[in-house]
Design a protein around this ligand. Structure first.
Ligand code: S3P
Length: 425
């Protein structure tokens, strides 16, 4: 993909595809519920399609018609032993959340993914799931995929998450649906809570007090779900608009769950004018239009407490920092090393190629702005969010920015290139 266009104005309205996290959960919960779950605005990105493929291999009927996805569940124990290996592709959410469900099934499953998935840490789920009584193993003593799971006979545990992670929290809560007793998960700080909200909407017996979530065996019932637009996808265009003086951009029907809106807080702190309009609630999730008025941005500091609320937005926040006046420091973000790529290393390597003054910290980044962004060839490291962040850099230079290996963008935002063209006319 090549972007070459010094953007001088952005004006208009866009829509971004459905939220990736909520799309995964709608298929997974639908698959273990009784009755039909009907999903609108489902994200047809590669990751969520992998979740559908895995659930189909587990015997669940999933149909697509008139832009709606219907999942026909038959209850928590109606999944069938898969004939073959379950392949999650590039999707960390699928392998971690689905393993929680498989821990409750008395059959054998083997689950794996692409070369990036096979490098990502899995002990964070295999350790608590083993503690609950499931038989689970993997390469390097259960630290790496492929994972081999023979579930069943689970007992409840109290588990304090060593690192704040919605994927790990969700894996334990889903296993908790199959365990005898009350399973409690204590999160270090509040990570995204879509699993909790959706479990409640499906009839799950779940209780939340501060950062402690308790769950017990419960029957879930299929629901109609409207997936909000993904704020993590909207973030690329929020930053582009925020950095162009005089720009006005409205992004329609975006999920604004407070566990995900760290990007709004940070851009406001950097000087951007952002408003939210037309707010409503659907399936327990807040949805609204985000309106961004561009202006001058200033450097900021981003620390540990806010990281879980913007973990996926750091690549694009680094771009905002490069365009802002002054220094931006991001710390407490070591989890970025374990994403689809080592995002700290990838951001620094690729942004330096475009002349951006950026350096690596042990747990984050330091960016000196404003940088004069120049053209060049950059690589995505197979990571969708790195590819899209680099494409936005291309809007702020007269020279060509060529993004190698950009096909991975379809992981979360298959219509990214069209949207980019639409705003940069
Ligand atoms: C996700 C949680 C986050 C996030 C990922 C999606 C989810 O990961 O980075 O893209 O859907 O639960 P962690 O929970 O591991 O931080």
């Amino acid at each position: 993909m090549i972007v070459s266009n010094m953007i001088s104005k952005i004006h208009g309205e866009i829509k971004v595809p459905g939220d990736k996290s909520i799309s995964h959960r709608s298929i997974l919960l639908g698959s273990i519920s009784k009755g039909k779950t009907e999903i609108t605005n489902f994200l047809k990105g590669d990751d969520c399609l992998s979740t559908i493929a895995c659930c189909r291999k587990l015997g669940i009927k999933i149909e697509e018609k008139d832009n709606k996805i219907s999942v026909y569940g038959n209850g928590a124990l109606a999944l069938k032993e898969p004939e073959d290996i379950l392949n999650v592709g590039n999707s960390g959410t699928t392998i971690r959340l689905l393993s929680g469900i498989l821990a409750g099934q008395e059959f054998l499953s083997i689950i794996t993914g692409d070369s990036s998935i096979k490098k990502r840490p899995m002990a964070r789920i295999t350790t608590p799931l083993k503690e609950m009584g499931t038989t689970i193993d993997g390469r390097e003593d259960g630290r790496l995929a492929p994972l081999c799971i023979r579930g069943g006979g689970l007992k409840a545990i109290n588990y304090k998450l060593p690192v704040s992670s919605a994927q790990v929290k969700s894996a334990i809560l889903l296993a908790g649906l199959y365990a005898d007793g009350i399973t409690r998960v204590i999160d270090a700080s509040q990570s995204r809570d879509h699993t909790e909200r959706m479990l409640k909407a499906f009839g799950g017996q779940i209780d939340i007090v501060d950062n402690t979530i308790s769950i017990k065996k419960s029957d879930l019932y299929g629901q109609a779900i409207e997936i909000p637009g993904d704020i993590s996808s909207a973030a690329f265009f929020m930053v582009a608009a925020a950095a162009v003086p005089g720009a006005t951009l409205k992004i329609l029907k975006v999920g604004i769950n407070k566990t995900r809106t760290g990007i709004i807080d940070v851009l406001k702190k950097m000087g951007a004018a952002i408003e939210i309009d037309n707010v409503y609630i659907s399936g327990g999730e807040e949805i609204g239009d985000i309106i961004i008025n561009g202006g001058k941005l200033f450097g900021t500091t981003i620390g540990k407490e806010i990281i879980p609320r913007l973990i996926d937005e750091i690549p694009i926040i680094a771009v905002a920092a490069a365009l802002a006046e002054g220094k931006t420091t991001i710390t407490g973000a070591q989890e970025l090393k374990y994403k689809e790529s080592n995002r700290i290393a990838a951001i620094v390597t690729e942004m330096k190629k475009l002349g951006i003054k950026i350096s690596e910290l042990p747990d984050g980044l330091e960016i000196e702005g404003p940088s004069i962004i120049k053209g060049g060839k950059v690589d995505s490291h197979g990571d969708h969010r790195i590819a899209m962040a680099m494409a936005i850099c291309g809007l702020f230079t007269d020279e060509k920015v060529e993004i190698l290996n950009s096909a991975c963008i379809s992981t979360s935002f298959p219509t990214f290139e069209e949207t980019l063209k639409a705003i940069s006319l």
